[in-house]
Design a protein around this ligand. Structure first.
Ligand code: SF4
Length: 195
């Protein structure tokens, strides 16, 4: 007899069901300055704590907990700005956890980055939300989206896992050029995508 195994899927929120103000404790799971793996060029990456998607096979399960890690501090923010100031650093990367459920921290950071560096530094973010879902989301999420250069979107889906993909773990995820997509009102894929 063939066993009918139910494969658990990630959670699917209704529009604006999950809000950073109800969930975020403004905790940071990790900060990795000067890395080469979280986007294009040399980057400073901040991993915020807390995610509700609960994707089976999540690459950073510990960081799904909103209590994980350390509180975000002004000292850390000052250090990140100092690290970003190096000429060889291309930009900031937001990961998690879920950056869009930690908009208090992420917005503070990207607003300061834009104030100090304008568009000389870029901002990449990963999210479990899809681009289409984010269009129906809360004002804080839309404000964060407007401040990004690149968004890697969508849940991690085990059934579509592919470790050969650039900067993403499953084939449903997309590397999206945010300014062009907002301008054209549809998803525009990063023009440097190789695979
Ligand atoms: S969206 Fe990302 S961080 Fe959240 S559960 Fe899925 S894989 Fe993990």
């Amino acid at each position: 007899m063939v066993e009918n195994k139910q494969v658990r899927q990630p959670n699917n929120p209704r529009p604006q069901e999950w809000l950073a103000k109800d969930h975020s404790l403004q905790y940071i799971a990790d900060y990795k300055p000067f890395n080469f793996v979280d986007g294009e060029g040399v980057r400073c990456s901040i991993y915020v704590s807390g995610c509700l998607f609960n994707c089976p096979g999540c690459y950073n399960k510990a960081a799904q907990n909103f209590h994980y890690g350390q509180p975000y501090t002004q000292e850390l923010e000052d250090q990140i700005m100092k690290d970003l100031a190096h000429d060889y650093v291309q930009g900031l990367t937001l990961l998690g956890g879920e950056p869009f459920l930690n908009t208090q921290v992420c917005l503070k950071l990207v607003h300061r980055l834009r104030k100090e560096f304008g568009h000389h530094k870029d901002v990449w973010s990963w999210t479990g939300y899809t681009w289409e879902e984010l269009q129906k989301e809360s004002a804080d999420k839309l404000e964060l989206l407007r401040n990004l250069d690149i968004l890697v979107d969508g849940r991690f889906l085990l059934a579509q896992k592919d470790l050969t993909l650039q900067f993403r773990g499953s084939a449903n995820q997309r590397i999206i050029d945010v300014p062009k997509s907002l301008d054209q009102g549809k998803v525009v894929i990063w023009d440097k995508l190789v695979h």
